[in-house]
Design a protein around this ligand. Structure first.
Ligand code: ZN
Length: 83
């Protein structure tokens, strides 16, 4: 299982951890993959990945300055409840 971190600094200052299989982990129905990450810079947000485990993704997300760390309510519902 791989994990992704979604960072947004416009709409909401947040960093959201997702599983790579999450339905939210795509953009315009394109999978978020390494090549996509390189080719699609955005002024509003960014995806980081992949992380091999949840701990690494959370550790990375927690290092992003001024972002509220969140677990995806869709793919990490159980983990979200544990925070
Ligand atoms: Zn998700």
């Amino acid at each position: 299982m791989n994990y992704l971190v979604y960072e947004n600094w416009r709409a909401e200052r947040k960093a959201v951890v997702h599983k790579s299989t999450c339905g939210h982990a795509n953009e315009g129905h394109q999978r978020i993959e390494e090549q996509w990450l390189i080719n699609h810079p955005s002024p509003n947000d960014r995806w980081f990945g992949y992380f091999e485990n949840l701990e690494s993704a959370v550790a990375f997300a927690s290092l992003l300055p001024n972002r509220q760390l969140k677990m995806c309510g869709h793919c990490l519902q159980i983990e979200k409840g544990l925070m």
